[in-house]
Write a protein that binds this ligand. Sequence first.
Ligand code: PLP
Ligand code: TYF
Length: 399
Amino acid sequence: LFTHVPAYPGDPILSLMESFQRDARPEKVSLSIGLYFDEAGRLPVLDSVRQAAQFLAANVEPCGYLPMEGLATYRQLVQNLVFGAGHEAVRAGRIATVQTPGGSGALKVGADFIKRYFPQAEVWISDPTWDNHLAIFEGAGFRTHGYPYYDASSGTLCFDRMLETIRGLPSGSVVLLHASCHNPTGLDLSRQQWGALIPVIVERGLIPFVDMAYQGFGDGLDEDAWAVRALVDAGAQAFVANSFSKNFSLYGERVGSLSVVCTDPATADNVLGQLKATVRRNYSSPPAQGARLVQHVLQSPELAASWDADLADMRARIKDMRARLHQALHAHFGERRDFGFLLSQRGMFSYTGLTEAQVDGLREQHGVYLVKSGRMCMSGLSRDNVQYVADAIITILEE
Ligand code: PLP
Ligand code: TYF
């Protein structure tokens, strides 16, 4: 019956993680998958989340189905966090938000909704991007295209070519944008560049779909959502996927949401209804526990402040690792090679410019795991291993 079913090659990033776990070398370092690890190399349990979990454990409630759109309070708190409490669009009630299984679920629900109501649209995604963006939109039946984003020869954002491409798109095209902490390059648009891009999106009648998987990992919760809010302020109708996997360290709970910004509350009501129908056709209703945890934290000023402080620590640790790796490489190479990109890139990832052969060498000879593209996850570094990683990179580059 299943003889025509081919083997699944696996997700390249997840497969690399499995190889890492099988690697017996004690000095091995995982800089591949985009998870935040603490200084001890562990996934943190945030204090605010622990308190929320203890509260929920002490107040166990019957576990009925959540509504298709998820928990009402959670959805409101998400709007405040993503768009800003008191933002005009939030107050006007013109945003339709559904709780989804992670940011991936938000992308999928959004993609299915767009396919149904804009069936002719094609989707434009940064080149490069998170591979699953292509998989999810193609899986929803779209043709996908890349817009220029990263110039490999200079290691910089090619914003002019990006803008020129987007300006030439047919009206109604979907443009997927990373809100901040771009995966995989770590290169974000400046506010000035957003200021040039946003009017083009609005005037050309494009459909912006912003993916915000790392809110708080760049410069702060509000700072990282700046582009989302600027889009809405410019009058854009937009899709926004947000995820709590990284910033709450709640990967396995699958907690995120999709918001659709509309022109008025009546339209938002209709859109919300059809998002619910989309959820119904996919997985019927979202899981409860993760959203209850996030809701409990965001609802309490003390726990929310504790979360924000923990997020600031995570951000600071990543920046410190960037500085330490830069320092160690600069100490060896001096002016011969510029590693300034380590300092200027934002969020969890750096695009190192290392070739596939160099990445293979790092893994095989030194047990240092990067993604094939040369993407390095900075949170796998610690004060204990950063010099080891720098030495491994130096050896590979001097070969
Ligand atoms: N979008 C980007 C850019 C990501 O890097 C990730 C990471 O996993 C996601 C979306 C999906 O997040 P989630 O794990 O919440 O589905
Ligand atoms: O890019 C990353 O490493 C993260 C984690 O199928 C991830 O976004 C990677 C692959 C995948 C799911 C999550």
